[in-house]
Design a protein around this ligand. Structure first.
Ligand code: FES
Length: 97
């Protein structure tokens, strides 16, 4: 799982999100099963904190610490992405015309 630590995501607490993810993996006994890496920017900065889960390349946008238990349980453990948090299901900000 790649978690963005770039400037915009960092401003919105990506460090705390990453810590919550690691804590949750540890509690679930999955510390050795999932590799968590940090990346500098995923390119959707205004929606951050963002992350991508492989295999599958599922994008999560606008994460908060409280999302981590569900992502670990459903996606990382059970293989089912948490659809309401994935990029396709997040409402995008309207473009200015
Ligand atoms: S800073 Fe996180 S996506 Fe760009």
């Amino acid at each position: 799982m790649l978690v963005c630590k770039g400037g915009d995501c960092k401003k919105r607490s990506s460090k705390d999100v990453r810590k919550a993810l690691k804590d949750e993996l540890r509690s679930a006994g999955m510390n050795g099963d999932v590799r968590v890496d940090s990346v500098e920017c995923l390119g959707l900065c205004k929606h951050g904190p963002n992350a991508i889960v492989y295999p599958g390349g599922v994008w999560y946008l606008g994460l908060i610490e409280d999302d981590m238990p569900e992502i670990v349980e459903s996606h990382l453990k059970g293989g089912d992405p948490v659809e309401r948090l994935t990029a396709e299901f997040r409402p995008r900000k309207k473009r200015k015309q």
